[in-house]
Design a binder for this molecule. Structure first.
Ligand code: IPM
Ligand code: MN
Length: 353
């Protein structure tokens, strides 16, 4: 198969981890007889520097014309402490999600036996935890009307959800649960928010069409507690954009390092694959960032965009092997053991594939 991939390294450690993900993709292609063709596109601070726009038209065209987007991270501290700044790197990420219609963000949380000790939670709570967060990605407060009034002294972000936006992601979540352990948790704040009441109403109406899925409902405050009290309770979680943003950062530390969490964003146009860790500017250019989340995102790309399951599995196996062999970056290295660089880990994984 010929894979046309838009390569979007972005900012911070993005270019370093995407480089390693590309090595893994090329190794898989060599092994299984595929060919990958990459087109570079700029999104984020690097795009602002070049085009004055965090998601330039040219980048959009490249993404639309590709079969999949392999994404690094966006963000640059030079914009973080300037609330007056008109352009921000994050706008690039929001724009690419919106314009590609990527309404579902799928973030799996798995644990690795040899890393259990790295988790801030007790090993017995974490061992065997295995769940997926499905976050709505193009609606809610992120995209509702926002602004200032009263000379700037009043600010608002509107949380809006239309029924079709809720139903399409719930459908995806019900179906996903049906392929896993048949347990769906709908997370909302229906005791307070009208948008959440519409979410819950829609989910309750759809439940009957998925009799093999056990559906339960949980308020987001309680869910944030249950995630660390008993992560094994969960199989599939579905929730709105803002809640999903917060809960997935919380969930990402369960497994021991945020540097392991991959994600797929899917919807109307080209799907996008991205590590959840962000641009980590302090580590940029140092060849120390953990590339495994980006490499695992490439595994999701094979599975979701191309339906190539064996290829995805080959990457996952190599990643697990690198962890078992202790070929890991400093965030995962055991005390007293040597930490490998970003590119050494990537080379090892590619060779193992
Ligand atoms: C994420 C990030 C983004 C978000 C930021 C960078 C805009 O935190 O992907 O979770 O809030 O969605
Ligand atoms: Mn986030």
């Amino acid at each position: 198969m010929k894979l046309r991939i838009a390569k979007v390294p972005g900012d911070g450690i993005g270019p370093e981890v995407v480089r390693e993900a590309v090595k893994a993709v090329n190794a898989v292609c060599a092994k299984f007889g595929h060919s990958a063709e990459y087109t570079l596109a700029y999104v984020g601070a690097c795009a602002i520097d070049r085009y004055g726009d965090a998601y330039p038209e040219e980048s959009h065209r490249i993404c639309m014309d590709s079969d999949a987007v392999l994404f690094g991270a966006v963000g640059d501290p030079k914009y973080d402490n300037d609330p007056a700044s008109k352009v921000r790197p994050e706008q690039g990420l929001l724009a690419i999600r919106k314009r590609l219609g990527l309404y579902a963000n799928i973030r799996p949380v798995e644990t690795f036996e040899s890393l259990l000790y790295k988790s801030p939670l007790k090993e017995e709570l974490v061992r065997g935890a295995d769940f997926v967060c499905i976050r709505e990605l193009t609606g809610g407060m992120y995209f509702g009307e926002k602004g200032r009034r009263d000379n700037g002294d009043t600010a608002f972000d509107t949380n809006v959800y239309h029924r079709y936006e809720i139903e399409r992601i719930l459908k995806l979540a019900f179906e996903y649960s049906g392929r896993r352990r048949h347990h769906l948790t709908v997370v909302d704040k229906a005791n307070v928010l009208e948008t959440s009441r519409l979410w819950r109403q829609a989910a309750q109406e759809m439940e009957a069409s998925y009799p093999d899925v056990k559906t339960d409902y949980m308020y987001v405050d309680n869910a944030s507690m249950q995630l660390i009290r008993c992560p094994k309770f969960f199989d599939v979680i579905v929730t709105e954009n803002t809640f999903g943003d917060i809960l997935t950062d919380e969930a990402s530390c369960i497994s021991g390092s945020m540097g392991l969490l991959a994600s797929a964003s899917i919807g109307e146009h080209t799907s996008l694959f991205e590590p959840i860790h962000g641009s980590y500017p302090q580590a940029a250019g140092k060849n120390i960032a953990n590339p495994l989340a980006a490499i695992l995102s490439a595994a999701m790309m094979f599975e979701y965009s191309f339906g190539l399951m064996k290829e995805g599995e080959a990457i996952r196996k190599a990643v697990s092997a690198s962890i078992e062999a202790g070929v890991v970056t400093e965030d995962l290295a055991r005390e007293g053991e040597r930490a490998y660089s970003t590119s050494e880990v990537g080379d090892w994984v590619a060779k193992h594939i």
